[in-house]
Design a protein. Structure first.
Length: 356
């Protein structure tokens, strides 16, 4: 392993697990070809280690008591020391805004190659980031459902490629229904729905959750609640709701007869990949346009898009879900979900020097 090139993955701490998940997806594909090492602002450091990767943690700017300028100075020192020890061949940053402390540390440590993984689909009016893509050797833009691989900008530095959606696991790695139920300790003949409404760090999902739980329970579903690894508050759910804590959920999704979740990037990809019918609840408080993403998913999968904020909306969403569940999955192969493979090819191309 010591002879393999070292790649540092720097993931920010977002409202969910998207940034960390994309880095893990890239790292898994690079096994045997590089040595991935993580510098994570997401607190779920144990997930990285459980997946077999080395990791260091630094508190994100959202949870630090320091002023942003002081936090960036501390980041520059900590990350700079980390880079001096690891001496990577490349650093991959996944986030919307490359921090000043990150950029300063990379400059001071003379990092030979920098990669920026930056997912789009922001709402109109999203403030432009005052960091030029030209400061990176490679820019990866994980696309939404239906996106195809495309070279947006071929000159270097700043080579930019758009890739299909990124998933941690390939489709053939997902557990089938009975195997997934056995792994989770669920009865094979039960009727289960999985709730994954996010960590609730930006939006209190408790009231909506309680209403939906009641609607599904009245239709004789057994409720399973996915506990988010980075949640900072517990959602109060009834005693008969079964909590699970597994990551990534995609591996076990086929255990369920239905899915209820926020329309984040990961959840939408997992619903499409697993083929499980679901209800997607767009979160209007995040920067990405979850409404548009959910509507795109509905064109490719058995998905209901609803805010589910009233009892009438909740009951209608369940009726629509049951109707879709009675229909066969859409025919055909479906949209590409091989973005992680494409990203790996691009990173290895950069390391080999063929992108120079």
């Amino acid at each position: 392993m010591d002879s393999l090139p070292r790649i540092v993955f720097f993931n920010i701490n977002g409202s969910g697990m998207g940034h960390l998940s994309r880095c893990l997806a890239y790292a898994r594909r690079l096994r045997g070809q590089a040595r991935p090492i993580f510098f994570s602002l997401a607190s779920a450091i144990e997930i990285i280690e459980e997946m077999g990767f080395e990791a260091d943690y630094f508190v994100s700017e959202f949870w630090s008591r320091a002023h942003i300028s002081a936090w960036n100075r501390e980041l520059a020192v900590r990350f700079g020391l980390f880079l001096e020890e690891v001496r990577p061949s490349a650093v991959v940053f996944d986030g919307t805004w490359p921090f000043h402390g990150f950029m300063d540390a990379c400059f001071a440590a003379k990092v030979p190659r920098k990669v920026w993984s930056n997912r789009g689909l922001h709402k109109p009016g999203f403030a432009p980031v005052p960091v030029s893509e030209r400061e990176f050797d490679l820019v990866l833009e994980p696309g939404e459902i239906g996106a195809a691989y495309a070279v947006v900008q071929d000159e270097t530095p700043g080579r930019k490629v758009r890739i299909p959606p990124v998933t941690i696991f390939a489709g053939q790695e997902l557990l089938e229904r009975n195997d997934a139920r056995d792994a989770l300790g669920l009865e094979r003949d039960g009727r289960y729905v999985l709730f994954s409404l996010g960590p609730g760090n930006l939006k209190d999902v408790g009231e909506i959750a309680q209403g939906l739980i009641g609607v599904f329970r009245a239709s004789e579903f057994r409720i399973v609640w996915a506990c988010a690894p980075i949640s900072v508050r517990d959602v109060d759910v009834p005693d008969d709701v079964l909590p699970i804590s597994v990551f990534p959920l995609a591996k076990y999704m086929r255990a369920f007869d239905g899915f209820v979740g926020a329309a984040g990037y990961n959840a939408c990809c997992e619903v499409l990949q697993s083929g499980v019918p679901g209800i997607l609840l767009p979160n209007k408080l995040v920067a990405d346009d979850q409404q548009r993403r959910a509507e795109t998913i509905a064109a490719h999968a058995r998905v209901v898009v609803s805010a589910c904020e009233s009892s009438a909306e909740q009951e209608q969403a369940l009726l629509d879900l049951r109707r879709l569940a009675s229909m066969p999955p859409p025919a055909g192969q479906g949209p590409d979900l091989d973005g992680a493979d494409r990203a790996t090819d691009e990173i290895l191309r950069l390391l080999s020097g063929s992108a120079a």
